[in-house]
Design a protein around this ligand. Structure first.
Ligand SMILES: NC(=O)c1ccc[n+]([C@@H]2O[C@H](COP(=O)([O-])OP(=O)(O)OC[C@H]3O[C@@H](n4cnc5c(N)ncnc54)[C@H](OP(=O)(O)O)[C@@H]3O)[C@@H](O)[C@H]2O)c1
Length: 271
């Protein structure tokens, strides 16, 4: 199979590559000819995802089984990929702990905060330096539209996703002229196991359209190719953001608060 030259190749590393948006990135990139490093916790699921990519796209893969919230995760990734010419990082894996802040155990909140912030920071720092040295590369950080306002019952998640938006946008500016592209992608509701498979709050029941993960990945990759600092996935999510800006941050927060209050289980609310 012949492909056009790869902008960030030959290898792309994707965290959370066996499910949802991460799996969609893996499929999109493999279809373009990238070899893929699949990073995730579940050996069997990662191995199956790798086999599917090889069969469908005739590319090479490498599997790194690691808990990204563990303190030494970066050393494990670095040790197992040091012989590969990685030119693209898709820092995608994230988690949530849903409910009113005081109803969630503090260790769970802290673990999620680490996975959604410091993990992305460490990966970005490590691969950013490598890409700077090799004279080019791409960094795609997966945030969320939840990070665009204080989203009640998802406060810690929203805060962590806001961190990613500001981190990536600042880095995009700093890396100008280095050949390293940096983009933050903010998906809204997307039909993935993370959204649909029994989360603590049934977010999939909200009256909001759910995008397909493949479409979300395509939008992120297009924005990265153009070195856009920030992109919101989909016209509907962009429209909601625009309206939220017109109405003001507090009104946007109140709107989400009302929506989520309607579906949150009693035991996860304050009263
Ligand atoms: N779906 C949405 O509506 C939506 C909307 C906005 C933003 N996002 C963001 O998009 C990203 C992907 O979400 P998704 O919906 O595609 O999620 P998903 O289907 O639940 O997949 C998440 C992936 O991340 C991996 N992961 C989670 N915690 C990990 C850890 N500690 N160490 C290693 N891997 C870990 C999971 O591996 P395991 O199988 O081991 O758990 C899985 O492969 C997340 O950052 C999420 O916040 C999603």
């Amino acid at each position: 199979m012949t492909h056009p030259p790869l902008q960030f190749g030959p290898w792309a590393l994707i965290t959370g590559a066996n499910s949802g948006i991460g799996a969609a990135f893996a499929d999109e990139l493999a279809a373009r000819g990238y070899n893929i490093v699949l990073v995730g916790r579940q050996k069997t699921a990662i191995a199956q995802a790798a086999r599917d990519l090889i069969q469908k796209h005739a590319i090479q893969t490498q599997e790194v089984i690691v808990d990204l919230s563990a303190p030494d995760f970066l050393r494990q990734i670095s040790d197992q990929t040091s012989d590969l010419d990685i030119g693209l990082l898709v820092s995608n894996a994230g988690g949530d702990a849903m409910g009113a802040l005081l109803r969630i155990e503090l260790p769970k909140l802290k673990q999620m905060l680490r996975l959604n912030t410091a993990t992305h920071l460490e990966l970005t720092h490590h691969f950013g330096q490598l890409f700077e040295k090799r004279g080019g590369g791409g960094i795609l950080l997966v945030s969320s539209t939840a990070g665009l306002q204080g989203t009640p019952f998802l406060g810690n998640y929203a805060g962590s996703k806001a961190y990613l938006i500001n981190l990536g946008m600042a880095l995009n500016y700093e890396m100008r002229g280095t050949g390293v592209n940096v983009t933050v992608l903010a998906p809204g509701p997307t039909k993935t196991p993370g959204l649909t498979d029994k989360p603590a709050i049934p977010l999939a029941s909200l009256p909001a359209p759910q995008m397909k993960p493949g479409k979300v990945a395509q939008i992120g990759l297009k924005a990265l190719a153009e070195n856009r600092p920030f992109v919101i996935a989909g016209v509907m999510n962009q429209l909601l953001y625009f309206c939220g800006n017109l109405l003001g941050k507090t009104t946007g927060r109140n709107m989400w608060g009302l929506l989520l209050k309607g579906i949150i289980p009693k035991e996860l609310n304050i009263r």
